[in-house]
Design a protein around this ligand. Structure first.
Ligand SMILES: O=P(O)(O)OC[C@H]1O[C@H](OP(=O)(O)OP(=O)(O)O)[C@H](O)[C@@H]1O
Ligand SMILES: Nc1ncnc2[nH]cnc12
Length: 176
């Protein structure tokens, strides 16, 4: 019997030189072709977050896919963190650097209540810039990031270093 980590490793596809030369892109979309494996992944995240969070924030776009399922299973609200210009007001923004570019993310400023314990969920932790920007948005809204969760950690980019000032509870299912 394969472990969850082995099943994820066998399913994720490496794509060389995408979206830019020199980047090895981890394509996680084949995970969604497998409903049984996707169910196990969601359950693994839910198990780690149970009783610890009041809100799940999912990061556009791939962070939405398991993020909303995690929130539903935890019976807590799901909040979308979107790329700039996609959400109607009232929003607040944060800009950051990516492994392959620059970006700005936004959240509805009314959705994260004062003192809320927040799980920030995304598919891949690379440089950590996106999740760090998300934690800054949560802080600006008066919330507290208590856990981060990712399917993949690209450890050679040291993304966790950017996140530990916000929360040391960082769940990752597979590391490369
Ligand atoms: O740790 P970082 O260096 O910040 O990189 C991680 C981010 O990069 C990818 O998103 P991408 O911008 O490719 O968007 P997508 O999810 O819409 O494909 C990934 O889904 C994370 O959100
Ligand atoms: N190498 C990579 N593969 C997939 N998603 C990413 N997001 C940032 N870097 C990535």
């Amino acid at each position: 019997m394969s472990t969850l980590q082995e099943k994820i490793n066998q399913t994720i596809v490496d794509v060389n030189d995408f979206p830019k030369e020199g980047i090895v892109y981890k394509d996680i979309t084949p995970l969604f072709l497998n409903p049984e494996l996707s169910g196990e992944i969601v359950d693994a995240f839910v198990e780690k977050a149970k009783g610890k969070v009041d809100i799940v924030c999912g990061i556009e776009s791939r962070g939405f896919l398991y993020g909303i399922q995690i929130a539903q299973k935890l019976n807590v609200p799901f909040v979308l963190i979107r790329k700039a210009g996609k959400l109607p007001p009232p929003t607040i923004s944060e800009s950051y650097d990516l492994e392959y570019g620059q970006a700005t993310i936004e959240v509805n400023s009314n959705y994260i209540k004062d003192g809320a314990r927040v799980l920030i969920h995304d598919d891949v932790l690379a440089t950590g810039g996106t999740a760090e920007a998300c934690a800054k948005l949560v802080e600006k809204c008066g919330g507290k990031t208590t856990q981060f969760s990712f399917i993949v950690d690209l450890t050679f980019l040291n993304g966790k270093d950017k996140l530990t000032p916000f929360a040391t509870d960082i769940v990752t299912l597979i590391e490369y």
